[in-house]
Write a protein that binds this ligand. Sequence first.
Ligand SMILES: [Mg+2]
Length: 315
Amino acid sequence: MTAAALPKPPNTILIIDDNPDTIRLLSAMVREQGRVLFATSGAAGLELARMQRPQLILLDVEMQGMDGFAVNEQIREDPDLRSSAVIFVTAQSSPEAEIACLDAGAVDFIPKPLNAAVVQARVRNHLRLQSALAALDDLANQDGLTGLYNRRYFDRQFAAEFARHRRHQLPLGVVLVDVDDFKLFNDRYGHQRGDACLREVSEALQDGARRPGELAARYGGEEFVVLLPNVTPATLLQYGDWLCRRIAALGISHPSASAAPHVTASIGLCARIPTEGDSAAAMLHAADMALYSAKRAGRNRSVLAGDTLPEMMTG
Ligand SMILES: [Mg+2]
């Protein structure tokens, strides 16, 4: 998914409270401000938060088992959850209790007994703020020319996905895409047409990375990168072949190109289950070597790291 293509999802508000009556009351108060989810324990709330990534969490301080502070601490420590804002809900209304909530990293504090107008006003303000922060985040993560994610964002996500796939022992796929003979294209048509060409290629990349967790980014110049979670080498190879055809099918005229009279791309693929000695950089390097093989073998093709092309063996 690209930064530009991110649909504006409805706001999600997660209520974590061990008292079902409070959940019922709070839900009724905020139901017009977003999609409301709830959990009756800290552990269940954290699990739901990880799956649903709520904008706002209304978190009961006094809970059996894991209390609100402990839940909040886990939220703050989890890179996937850090962007969810927490509002503590508590019967402790002393200044000290309020300060303790804010010191813990909560954005606000709602006192019990609950007042509908106060709850709605605070939730509304924080949802607005969250949406402005998300828009800023999108801008900071976006490549200006293509609207894809930028390299900085990709590097961060790649590191996180690499760690997650290593933890769960799942195969991770990374794809390097390089537009063939792009310098010749710019020489012939000028940089404006060159930019337009990169935008069209970006759209093709974005078409191929729409499932949750998939991510297409501009890596630099005419080089792009795609991250595909939980993908086998065989599926990745199919993806690479599909992408090659998809980019060629754009039909962007390029008479000076060596592989075809239109714009094509060479693609290097790497899919593997990360191990202890492995690194994201090593995976990217393997994809880069595969990309180099694709170039050497005549461009307009995809090569899977570890595979040797017949063309390579015959020189
Ligand atoms: Mg409670």
